[in-house]
Design a protein around this ligand. Structure first.
Ligand code: 3H9
Length: 708
């Protein structure tokens, strides 16, 4: 029978098996039109002449989930159109003819829910199956909380939902989620059809009706306890994980049909809540950040990047080398002498071993990664490198000299990269013959773990070099944000007022531990004093000096950190900073008060101000928002949402708050200006004077995220 086409679901027949191909590039998201078409095609099928139905995705992916743009529209009150996904999936599950999902690459969210409503699942080896809805502040809303526990058991299902991590086809097969794994992706459809024929005589079994994998009694109690404690460990301040657990529990206690109704109501609640809006904003902002006009919309000749050189094997250099090795790249690390080379190798080996200890990689994988690392005390070893990343001490003359030497050693096409966090990159390239291939890739510590890389271009950097750096970030699975060259670049610059205002609040009477508690409760991974201890107070003081002099007119510097550093209390690495440290744990220290008092005395004992907790949050974050508006005004970022992406990925700003600009927009741009003005008048700090850019945005009534 010839194939009949529809706009988005193609129907073909191979003898008595109908194949429905979902076609909505690039990832077959379940957009309204796709659902309408699928619904229609299913109704049109003459099932009396069919032995089975196979559902497959066009291209090389099954379905990456519900259409997130559609969900965003629904959240902002748009009336739903087309059939409900849940109802459609119930109908598929109720089919009297067995339905087989043929899965390549991604079966995520609504995509896996679709696959689970089918009676069988055939997947390619490279397929990934998961329910990542919690990563968007949502819960599975089309049966995922009901069918997954029934297919693979409560504990594994809850873990997949709460961690948002997909599993590969082999794991899915072991757990009972996939019935057959196909080695070669090009055989997927034919093998799914053959499988459909083989199983067709058996009556289809609906996942929703299965009971055999659901625990009972003490086993159920243990599974639910473990689920709740995993939810508590991974999340705070948000309701959606609890909503997810409630839906799972309702299904177990009241049956699948009742569970679906509870899931539906909890999904709608999560969709309306702030975290979903914040996290969906970030989903699209992260994808937008990968697009750099004039760079990613152009084609450049392929640039080799398999062999990377790293100069400097301290914490940053070793972390960067580890990130590169983790991406299967060949790394040559250069240090000053043989001892420093050994120390760097040990550091890298330690990072890799930690991944083995945590069960993330096998000992064999670890050995393979380490084998791809060579070290040398001679810069000549960088001769064959495609990319050279400099991670030496923050010393302008040293870095300039290194780049001049490397330029004479490495090939003329090698990309030259600095990991400086503070130094003007144009200045570093000033003595180079070809500054066009120099740029910054500012990794955040620990570099093998933190996702953010600021890709910094000077006015000399050629677009092809930026494109190559972005490709490298993709290979490293990092989140890149492309920024212009300025002191502090993006994250350190927008967070400069945060640290300064923390010092100001302490000088004015707020206890450091109280301040840390307030910002932790807001959702930061740790408060500003604890962060300062972790990064090293000495490092902060040095970097602060550079930023203070670059932005001298608006800098506020509390004496506290210098007093602590002078006393050797330079942070966690020294066992003492704002806190004392025992076995990596921060402990309150009554001696801190003497330093705080001394700092206040140096500031002339400013009168003790009363700060409500809410004022403290607003004060610190509005300082960030004000600086962010300067960054937008100066054209340092491609678009305002890049700031939210960078701050969430680089500073651990809570994703469920969407980043500082999303947070500010929830209040409104006029509120931002009024509140800043209020603080500026109250404290007479230039740092808090709202920028002209902010005022213009507020008077135009535009959200900050929409103002270019
Ligand atoms: C859900 O399913 C709820 C249900 O339980 C209940 C409903 C009632 N929708 O990431 P990429 C776009 S919630 C719309 O660059 P990759 C993306 O924006 C959903 N668009 O590719 C980008 O557009 P552009 C649960 C989507 O290869 C383009 O596709 N599912 C969607 O690096 C390419 O994407 C998820 O959370 C979507 N669902 O990664 C999975 N997905 O080119 C979300 C992608 O204009 N998706 N786009 O920038 C992903 O994680 C990744 O896209 C994936 C591919 C891993 C699939």
């Amino acid at each position: 029978m010839p194939a009949t086409d529809s706009p988005q679901v193609h129907v073909s027949r191979t003898e008595d098996v109908a194949v429905l191909t979902l076609d909505n590039p690039p990832v077959n998201a379940l957009a309204e039109r796709l659902l309408v078409a699928l619904d229609q095609r299913l109704r049109e099928l003459d099932t009396s002449s069919l032995r089975a139905i196979v559902i497959v995705g066009a291209g090389d992916t099954f379905v990456a989930g519900a259409d997130i743009e559609r969900l965003q529209r629904l959240a902002s009150g748009h009336a739903p159109g087309g059939p409900s996904l849940g109802d459609l999936l119930n109908r598929i599950e109720g089919s009297t003819v067995p339905v087989v999902a043929a899965i390549d690459r991604h079966a995520l969210g609504g995509g896996l829910e679709l696959a689970m409503s089918c009676h069988y699942r055939v997947a390619t080896q490279r397929a990934r199956l998961g329910l990542p809805e919690l990563g968007l502040g949502l819960i599975p809303g089309a049966g995922g909380t009901q069918r997954l526990p029934r297919l693979i058991g409560v504990t594994d299902a809850a873990e997949m939902m709460l961690t948002s991590k997909p599993v590969d086809a082999a794991t899915a097969h072991d757990r009972g989620l996939v019935d057959l794994v196909v080695e070669d992706a090009k055989d997927l459809q034919s093998q799914a059809i053959a499988f459909a024929r083989d199983v067709a005589p058996e009556p289809p079994v609906a996942a929703l009706l299965r009971q055999d994998r659901l625990p009972a009694g003490a086993e159920l109690t243990n599974a639910l306890d473990a689920t709740r404690s995993l939810a508590a460990k991974r999340f705070r301040n948000v309701a959606f994980p609890t909503l997810c657990v409630e839906a799972i529990v309702a299904g177990i206690e009241q049956g699948g049909a009742a569970g679906l109704a509870v899931e539906r109501s909890r999904f709608e609640q999560a969709l309306r809540d702030e975290p979903a809006q914040a996290m969906i904003h970030l989903f699209f902002a992260e994808r937008a950040a990968r697009k750099v006009p004039g760079v990613t919309d152009r084609e450049f000749p392929e640039r080799p990047r398999g062999k990377i050189g790293v100069i400097g094997g301290g914490t940053m250099g070793s972390g960067i080398a580890t990130a590169l090795l983790n991406a299967s790249l060949d790394v040559c690390l250069v240090e000053v002498d043989a001892d420093a080379c050994d120390a760097a190798r040990n550091r890298v080996a330690g990072f890799i071993q930690r991944a083995v200890d945590k069960g993330r990689i096998s000992a064999t994988q670890a050995a393979k990664r380490l084998a791809a690392l060579s070290t040398s005390a001679d810069l000549q070893a960088l001769r064959d490198r495609d990319v050279v990343i400099e991670a030496a001490t923050e010393d302008v003359a040293l870095k300039q000299a290194l780049f001049q030497q490397v330029e004479g050693i490495a090939s003329r096409s090698a990309l030259l990269v600095t990991n400086t966090s503070t130094i003007d990159i144009a200045h570093l390239g000033g003595k180079l013959e070809s500054p066009a291939r120099l740029l910054g890739m500012h990794f955040f510590s620990p570099a093998h773990i933190m996702p953010l890389v600021e890709v910094i271009r000077t006015k000399d950097t050629e677009p092809a070099a930026v494109a190559a750096a972005l490709d490298l970030c993709k290979q490293l699975r990092k989140t890149p944000v492309t920024v212009g060259n300025c002191p502090g670049f993006l994250v350190n610059r927008v967070f400069m007022p945060y640290g300064q205002l923390a010092g100001f609040a302490i000088d004015r009477g707020v206890h450091p531990y109280h301040l840390d508690r307030v910002m932790y409760d807001f959702g930061m991974p740790m408060g500003p004093c604890r962060v300062s201890d972790l990064a090293g107070i000495d490092v902060g003081v040095a970097a602060g000096q550079i930023l203070d002099s670059a932005y001298a007119k608006r800098a506020y510097r509390s004496p506290l950190r210098r007093l602590l550093a002078d006393a050797g209390r330079i942070g966690q690495k020294a066992g003492a900073g704002h806190y004392l440290y025992e076995n990596g744990k921060a402990i309150h220290d009554a001696d801190l008060d003497a330093y705080v008092e001394a700092a206040r005395a140096q500031q002339g004992h400013p009168s003790a101000e009363k700060f409500a907790d809410e004022d403290l949050v607003d004060l610190l974050l509005l300082g960030v928002v004000n600086e962010a508006s300067r960054i937008v005004e100066d054209g340092i970022v491609v678009r305002p949402s890049d700031i939210d992406v960078a701050v969430c990925a680089g500073m651990g700003f809570p994703r469920y708050r969407g980043g500082p600009l999303h947070w500010a927009d929830r209040h409104g741009s006029q509120w931002v200006v009024d509140r800043l003005q209020h603080f500026a008048d109250r404290f007479e700090l230039p740092l808090l004077q709202p920028t002209e850019h902010l005022k213009a945005v507020a008077s135009a009534g535009t959200p900050l995220l929409a103002a270019g």
